[in-house]
Design a binder for this molecule. Structure first.
Ligand code: GUN
Length: 297
């Protein structure tokens, strides 16, 4: 079997188009423009690239983008004061504090200072608890991206065996909660899992989110399974230079999977699209309006 390629770029374009349509409707019918505030502390080059891309895409779908760039030595008190101000600003519906933060800032404290209703990353402890108990929450963008692609490919996920490789708070754990919410039988595998190849071989759905280049070989993949590769790893090419690869060995896995996300061009492009979807959702909730269909968990 040669797998169907799940095109994350096309998918993301579709999500952005849906968001843009809803944003235009909000403006026309209610005079409301969703606003996303992004806070960047310091000058981490990768974070700067992400923040620029988020700002650009926010404006492209018709939302307001508010960027706050703070010096690397900003005090915790000053950062918390800014978050407080954004929490009470009615023009701001979503707040994202770009991670990682410089070492002197307590990330948990900062994230939990964000109003949970504006926490478009879904990292606030209240949102974690709401998701874990199957209640309405803000859902982290990467697992939401994976869920949207899985639903689009399968329709119903009910009763499918899903293995999530990786137990991070940002991807692995919320991914498992979302799959459970869609009635999958879920296993969370990690570095101490015994017999990982056999665990993965049982899965109808494999979500790989460990950050280890090409660690899942094709012969771990059940024939016809759906493979979602969250990994983005830069490796050296034998001939010099570098390239991006996922956590799954794409060449061998695509000969056995029914469908697979490539790296790059799979989950990656979807994450900012889902951030915009979350901002729209937060704006609708804040204004007592119906949530956009197909853009939430
Ligand atoms: N840094 C890298 N990815 C993310 C993300 O999804 N959210 C935040 N807040 N910071 C990040």
């Amino acid at each position: 079997m040669t797998a169907q390629i799940i095109d994350g770029k096309a998918f993301a374009a579709d999500v952005r188009a849906k968001v843009a349509t809803q944003v235009a409707r909000l403006k026309e019918e209610h005079g409301i423009t969703p606003g996303l505030a992004v806070v960047l502390v310091g000058e981490d080059p990768a974070s700067q690239v992400y923040v620029r891309s988020k700002g650009k895409q926010t404006v492209e779908v018709g939302m307001n983008s508010y960027e706050h760039r703070l010096d690397a030595d900003t005090s915790e008190a000053d950062l918390l004061a800014l978050i407080d101000q954004l929490n009470t600003d009615p023009a701001v519906h979503g707040i994202l504090v770009q991670l990682p933060l410089p070492g002197h800032l307590n990330e948990d404290l900062v994230i939990n200072a964000i109003d949970p209703a504006k926490d478009v990353d879904g990292f606030h402890i209240s949102n974690v608890g709401l998701l874990g108990t199957g209640q309405k929450s803000m859902v982290p963008c990467t697992p939401l991206s994976c869920l949207m692609m899985l639903r689009a490919h399968h329709g119903s996920l009910s009763g499918l065996d899903a293995v999530v490789i990786g137990r991070s708070n940002i991807v692995g754990k919320p991914m498992a909660q979302l799959l459970l919410g869609d009635s999958c039988t879920v296993t969370i595998a990690h570095s101490r899992t015994k017999n990982l190849p056999d665990v993965v071989r049982r899965a109808d759905i494999v979500v790989a989110a460990v950050g280890r280049p090409e660690m899942v070989p094709g012969d771990w993949i059940k024939e016809g399974a759906t493979v979602i590769d969250v990994g983005i790893n830069r490796i050296e090419k034998p001939e010099g230079g570098t390239r991006l690869v996922g956590d799954v060995d794409f060449a061998s896995a695509s000969l056995r999977a029914g469908a697979i996300t490539p790296v790059p061009g799979g989950v990656g492009p979807m994450t900012i699209a889902c951030l915009l979807a979350n901002t729209l959702t937060a704006c609708c909730r804040a204004n007592g309006l119906a949530e956009p269909e197909g853009l939430t968990a």
